[in-house]
Design a protein around this ligand. Structure first.
Ligand code: ADP
Ligand code: MG
Length: 613
């Protein structure tokens, strides 16, 4: 039989890659602005026509490129920013994939002028749909100018897919603002159809925020500052009285890169707990600096997600530092008796080793009180996560009045003080180690379960079952929840509505800027609703899957991700057991919904071998 496999020609491969990198004019704006920042420009001009559909031009005064580089930069995987895979863990630049320019050149008319400072002459290149048209020497100022015209000229389907100028312009402004806010020391100007839209002189970050958002922004801002081993937080949040009905001015930057995070958003909202009207949204501009090796920048070119090594600690530190900021401005009550005292001292987290807990005697502990033991022994749990955790096992628990919330240390105290029968007689069937793994003895040896992944699997199957087989059960809310979203988010939500109803959500009405929810799935708590939807919007920002099967699947995955107990959470023995049982009752217990192993086993013979060495 003759062979039929061929390598795709470069220009076709580039066009395909372009589909990932370039969705709309705003994607070009983002890539070109980032390249200019990476080239250490101090002055960057953005010029667009017809919301970027006709022209996106970025002019910088940065390093420029040599003759060879000027040509090479349009090749795929051509980058000056990393040399080896390890460099990915110490990234200080925005780019690193070397894909943007090749992609853009595949689907537009590109004219580039570039000159390095020390050179007499610069280079002028014209390239159209990946074809080099010309390359000439030219007299040019230092720096680089990229003009990208007629985006998608050779892919009419993509061009027709673009939204109205108003919508596309909004996207461009979003990208521009994100980059301008992250780099206040750089002078940015922005022209649309010949009119100056922004002219942002070099400034402090506060001045930059005010210049970008104008109006009365300055008086709204409260500074937030915190330095810990894990993270340095700097930035501003708005006073509660300036909270808005819709979200909008909410920005997280991690190492100068704009990111989205439902989880961190939740931490901010938690700091405002009790001082905002229902549904009100604060503005925030928060710069987080973390050691590059502790974060994982999503390798996907357009995603703005990021993974943190130590999410729980970050959550606690962020919440505490904002609370502190609000408190300093007498916005939040300074004496806040309801607080989780752990959140005030998360900075010892690094010294806090889950494996060797110290025994602390709680002087206030009263065995006769109905109340749970003091909270100060609990660890960095996402607030309310235990509630959800419990609800998963409603009905399975024969002894619901047992104090399930005792953490390891508390257990020590109760047992030593009272020799509680239950504790004395209990045989440990499971052990949790490093707040991450659960170990249990099985016939052939032992099983080690990853708690987060296992819980994701359990929740995922439950949600899928609800959506596809069972009638979903939902809990009626006493007071309907009003949640506000931007118009594009509202569009996503209404697209997802059917599937969400199948999981147990009950929608009362949808307005142009908010939804009213009167019922929620049984395994979600009220306070988790916004974080779940937030995560969902983040996960589906590239569009809703078409088939209802993959729509259900994405929703179940996303909800399992946001609701699963995280690495770093203590689990009571009962919770551990329930989780292990729940996992092995699953259809596919071996892997998480994200295809990661959920457990490993070790046979006694394996152990014997280790000891025989
Ligand atoms: P990446 O940014 O991921 O490296 P790009 O395709 O965006 O990939 O750019 C390829 C290379 O072209 C960059 O690594 C850089 O060396 C060079 N380059 C792009 N834009 C500029 C610019 N404005 N000034 C100087 N060099 C640039
Ligand atoms: Mg780049």
């Amino acid at each position: 039989m003759s062979s039929i496999i061929q390598l795709l020609p470069d220009h076709v491969a580039n066009q395909i890659a372009a589909g990932e990198v370039v969705q709309r004019p705003a994607s070009v704006v983002k890539e070109l602005l980032e390249n200019a920042v990476d080239a250490r420009a101090t002055d960057i001009k953005l010029i667009i026509k017809d919301a970027g559909k006709a022209l996106v031009q970025v002019i910088d005064n940065g390093l420029g490129m040599s003759v060879t580089d000027a040509r090479l930069c349009f090749e795929r995987h051509a980058t000056s920013k990393i040399r080896q895979a390890e460099d990915l863990f110490s990234l200080h630049t925005k780019g690193f994939r070397g894909e943007a320019l090749a992609s853009i050149a595949a689907i537009a008319h590109v004219e580039m002028k570039t000159k390095q400072d020390q050179e007499e002459l610069g280079n002028h290149i014209i390239i159209e749909g990946s074809k080099f048209i010309s390359q000439d020497a030219a007299v040019l100022p230092k720096g680089t100018s990229f003009a990208v015209k007629n985006l998608f000229f050779n892919i009419p389907a993509r061009r027709n897919f673009l939204k109205s100028d108003t919508v596309e312009y909004r996207h461009v402004v979003d990208e521009f603002q994100r980059i301008a806010l992250a780099h206040p020391k750089i002078h940015f100007t922005f022209y649309h159809n010949g009119s100056e839209m922004f002219n942002l002189a070099p400034a402090t970050s506060r001045q930059r925020i005010v210049a970008v958002f104008a109006g009365k922004t300055n008086e709204k801002l409260i500074p937030v500052q915190e330095e810990t081993e894990i993270v340095t937080i700097e930035g501003f949040v708005s006073k509660p009285e300036f909270a808005k009905k819709s979200r909008g001015e909410q920005f997280f930057f991690v190492n100068d890169r704009f990111i989205k995070s439902g989880y961190l958003h939740h931490a901010v909202m938690a700091a405002y707990d009790g001082i905002l009207k229902d549904g009100a949204q604060p503005s925030y501009f928060l710069n987080l600096t973390l050691p590059p090796h502790t974060i994982d920048i999503n390798i996907h070119p357009t995603k703005t997600e990021i993974k943190f090594d130590d999410e729980q600690a970050l959550y606690a530190i962020l919440r505490a530092s904002i609370k502190h900021g609000l408190g300093q401005f007498n916005v939040a009550p300074v004496l806040d008796f309801d607080r989780d005292s752990n959140l005030d001292t998360p900075y010892h987290y690094k010294d806090f080793d889950g494996a060797t807990p110290t025994i602390q005697v709680d002087g206030n502990f009263n065995p006769f009180s109905e109340e749970r033991p003091s909270k100060q022994f609990s660890t960095y749990k996402k607030p309310e996560s235990t509630a959800n955790w419990e609800s998963l096992y409603v009905g399975l628990d024969e002894n619901p009045n047992e104090s399930q919330h005792l953490t390891f240390e508390n257990e020590e105290i109760t047992s030593s003080l009272f020799q509680d029968e239950e504790v004395e007689n209990s045989v440990h069937k499971t052990y949790q180690i490093h707040k991450k793994y659960i170990i249990s003895s099985i016939k052939s040896g032992m099983v080690i379960v990853d708690q987060q992944r296992a819980h994701q699997r359990v929740l995922y199957e439950q949600f899928l079952l609800n959506m596809t087989v069972k009638q979903a059960s939902s809990q009626q809310l006493l007071f309907p929840l009003n949640l506000f979203y931007s118009s594009s988010e509202m569009e996503l939500i209404s697209g997802l509505q059917l599937s969400l109803i199948n999981t147990g959500f009950v929608f009362e009405e949808n307005d142009t800027d908010h939804i009213v929810i009167s019922g929620i799935p049984v395994n979600v708590t009220e306070s988790e609703v916004s974080i779940v939807l937030e995560q969902l919007l983040n996960d589906l920002q590239d569009g809703i899957p078409e088939s209802s099967f993959s729509q259900n699947d994405s929703i179940a995955k996303s909800m399992a991700k946001s609701l699963a107990v995280k690495t770093g959470s203590y689990l009571t023995e009962k919770e551990q057991e329930n989780l292990v049982n729940g996992l092995f009752a699953c259809k596919d217990p071996n892997v998480s919904p994200f295809h990661k192993p959920t457990f490993i086993t070790m046979r006694v013979e394996d152990l014997d071998k280790k000891f025989a060495l």
